[in-house]
Design a binder for this molecule. Structure first.
Ligand code: PBG
Length: 325
């Protein structure tokens, strides 16, 4: 109708014009780099399905943290691999656990890194579920005090923020109450509010050795078919005291990111998870896609959908690319 008066191509003619018209700009400011710490000394176990990512003992982990800091990535999120798993996931809240020691090491080294911790039991339980199991069922309420103990132990070690990822009902409230009671009223909670029961976590379960030994997580993580329920989950977490919320995974859930962004005025994160990362890496290794171009496009898409914080295994690569350009 408006042709030839309106010609959208006028604003695509040169890089200078495109840059003026650009709505979304990727920067390292919103990146959080996920890392896996394990017991021992001088250990580095690469994860086969996640090229570049490894389980590392605290000493090796600290070396990589220096690199992350130098690249201008503002923060990390930590996952721990315990020495020994048990029914109650004891090492999740043990003072000398891998995560707790890793946090202390970052603090001691005075690195300029925001330290976020994943609060969950699945890496620490022998059955691989995110909560206490009784008679083959994951029990909600008895799990809450263990999650709260894990969060407090992270805060005590020096974490800046805790990120509950278990999807038990009421966990944000239980964690908030426990943090406050322990004198950590200033430690923020970024909850995995809308966390879906996703096949995209596959490679992570190799990295964190956290695959459920029976059944699956459908009884606590969200059904991928649901969007309205995500709003309800976010509402609940905010009412319980979450300071920021997350949607996870990212790529198959861009509509959820967008809806949450439209409805709530809190900082919003998205987790670009292990399976999303592995698919890109595998295709790139085969020469089927242009890795740099696709990663930048994916992260721009997540950002454009409304997430200002992105947890991504691509963070170091992207920080390098953005520095070079
Ligand atoms: C722990 C947890 C998981 C992830 C983050 N925290 C796995 C799961 O819920 O099974 C997945 C992260 C990724 O795939 O990169 N509950």
């Amino acid at each position: 109708m408006n042709f030839p008066v309106t010609r959208p191509r006028r604003l695509r003619r040169s890089e200078a014009i495109r840059s003026l018209a650009r709505e979304t700009r990727l920067s390292t400011h919103g990146f959080i780099y996920p890392m896996f710490v394990c017991p021992g000394q001088n250990v580095r176990n690469p994860i086969g399905s996640m090229p570049g990512v490894a389980q590392q003992s605290v000493d090796k982990f600290l070396e990589e943290c220096r690199e992350v800091e130098q690249l201008g990535i503002p923060g990390i999120i930590l996952f721990g691999i315990p020495d020994k798993k048990d029914a109650r996931g004891s090492e999740a809240y043990a003072a000398g656990g891998a995560v707790q020691r890793a946090i202390e090491a970052v603090r001691r080294a005075k690195l300029n890194l925001l330290v976020m911790t994943d609060v969950c039991l699945c890496e620490y339980t022998d059955h691989g579920h995110c909560g206490i199991v009784e008679n083959g069922e994951v029990k909600n309420d008895p799990t809450l005090e263990l999650l709260a103990a894990a969060a407090v132990s992270h805060a005590r070690a020096g974490a800046d923020m805790v990120a509950p990822s278990d999807m038990m009902d009421g966990r944000v409230g239980a964690i908030r109450k426990a943090l406050d009671a322990a004198g950590f009223e200033d430690i923020a909670i970024i909850s995995y509010a809308a966390k879906y029961c996703s096949g995209f976590y596959g490679p992570f379960r190799e990295a964190a050795e956290s695959a459920p030994q029976f059944g699956d997580r459908r009884g606590y993580q969200m059904d991928p078919a649901n969007a309205r329920e995500a709003i309800r989950e976010v509402e609940l977490d905010l009412a319980e005291g979450a300071d920021m919320v997350m949607v996870k995974p990212a790529l198959a859930y861009l509509d959820i990111i967008h809806r949450v962004r439209e409805m709530f005025d809190v900082p919003l994160g998205a987790y670009n998870v292990s399976g999303e990362f592995a698919m890109v890496k595998a295709a790139a290794a085969n020469g089927w896609i242009d890795e740099k171009r696709i990663v930048l496009e994916i992260l721009t898409g997540i950002h454009r959908a409304g997430a200002s914080i992105v947890l991504t295994y691509h963070a170091k690569d992207v920080a390098r690319w953005l520095k070079d350009s």
